[in-house]
Design a protein around this ligand. Structure first.
Ligand SMILES: Nc1ncnc2c1ncn2[C@@H]1O[C@H](COP(=O)(O)OP(=O)(O)OP(=O)(O)O)[C@@H](O)[C@H]1O
Length: 372
């Protein structure tokens, strides 16, 4: 799939722009703080309806303006899908084929995007939250129903935590409601876990060989799911649910004492092992980078295998962070098959055949010019 054009209106530092993209490689060049990431963010937003760098939509609306609008034409299997996101103080509207989609899960998945930015190196080094976000976003874009379960899980979790606080402070003594909420929580948690396991199995099958190849056959990557409830990938939905029931009944007193939910998908983590050693603790910076890159490249292949089309790849300021070997591995992998956006302050350090045919966009202070 690819994005053919985009139109932005009072979005970040863009008043009004309209651009046509190359269906292979687009390079966005500009000094710092000119609008390169803002353009990448707009494409990301069309896919996920939210930004990759802020949870607050308000920040995306140009200062002193009432709304921001992003429109884009996506091509999949030779068919055009117009997408549109409108952000205003009243909220957000997402339209596909000019029709408003009330449920997020009806919209997400129309456009698949993989973003690789310097922050993604935090996938290995950062907090568990970063890794959970990674799997949730990725599963969500190939299986929109997952987003529904995740949303429901978060809602019930909030209510359950609230109730546990009340029980802790003796503002409430009746536990009937706790059992109702626990059952609801388990229902969504089990589905989330089952889907995470399936996703990890696929991710592993792609990331393993890719990592081996980037490390020139020197390193083996393994991805492990670190669960707060004793569940394993061999279990079916029913067994996962039973394990959860056992765990919650065992933890009841402790949860009331602490006033919060102590186990579940919101506390699970991923551990990456390189040659059997936890790469977060023992890996060199280079190994951590290779791991992050392998996971991103695996994501591209995984989406292709599940959706039947390659996603769009956004490389925001990241190519210059990779050494020559990793750079050419990346560019070689995507060449000709993945529509890619590369942003950089300076193209000189990146010499690759793939970039010779690229469309070049010069960004300066919220304006964009195509280099002829
Ligand atoms: N809501 C907004 N309204 C207007 N301008 C904004 C808004 N949000 C951010 N900006 C401006 O956008 C610019 C930042 O753009 P962006 O993050 O795309 O930088 P960049 O070109 O990617 O730079 P770098 O190379 O430093 O990452 C800044 O000048 C900032 O002031």
């Amino acid at each position: 799939m690819y994005i053919k054009d985009i139109k932005l209106r009072t979005f970040r530092n863009y008043d009004q722009i309209q651009l046509q993209f190359d269906d292979k490689i687009n390079v966005i060049i500009g000094e710092n703080a000119q609008g390169k990431t803002n353009l990448m963010e707009a494409i990301y937003l069309l896919a996920f309806t939210k930004s990759h760098r802020t949870p607050r939509d308000k920040e995306l609306i140009q200062w002193e303006q009432e709304y921001a609008k992003i429109e884009g034409s996506i091509y999949k299997r030779n068919r055009r899908f117009p997408l549109e996101i409108i952000l205003s103080k009243k909220g957000k509207k997402a339209k596909m084929n000019h029709l408003e989609q009330k449920r997020l899960s009806d919209y997400i998945g129309a456009l698949n995007v993989v973003m690789f930015a310097p922050e993604d190196l935090n996938l290995v080094k950062g907090s568990p939250q970063v890794r959970r976000r990674f799997i949730d976003m990725e599963i969500g874009q190939i299986q929109p129903a997952y987003i529904y379960h995740l949303g429901q899980y978060q809602k019930v979790l909030k209510q359950r935590n609230h109730l546990l606080k009340d029980l802790q402070r003796h503002r409430q003594t009746d536990k009937t409601m706790l059992y109702v909420l626990t059952d609801q929580l388990i229902e969504h948690a089990s589905t989330i876990i089952e889907r995470r396991f399936k996703f990890l199995k696929l991710l592993r099958s792609w990331a393993g060989p890719i990592h081996e190849s980037i490390s020139r056959q020197l390193e083996q990557l393994e991805v492990h799911y670190d669960a707060t409830v004793e569940v394993s990938e061999a279990m079916n939905l029913e067994t996962i649910s039973t394990r959860y029931q056992e765990k919650f009944s065992k933890m009841e007193d402790k949860e009331i004492e602490r006033g919060t939910t102590l186990a579940g998908p919101h506390r699970d983590d991923l551990i990456f092992y390189v040659n059997g050693k936890d790469v977060q603790t023992y890996g060199s910076q280079g190994q951590q980078r290779t791991t992050a890159l392998s996971l991103k490249l695996a994501e591209i292949e995984l989406i292709h295998s599940e959706v039947g089309e390659y996603p769009i790849l956004l490389l925001d300021d990241v190519l210059s962070e990779l050494d020559d070997f990793r750079q050419s591995h990346l560019l070689h992998t995507i060449q000709g098959k993945v529509q890619t956006f590369v942003s950089t302050t300076n193209i000189d350090g990146i010499e690759h055949e793939a970039l010779k045919e690229a469309e070049i966009f010069r960004v300066a202070n919220g304006t964009i010019e195509i280099e002829k």
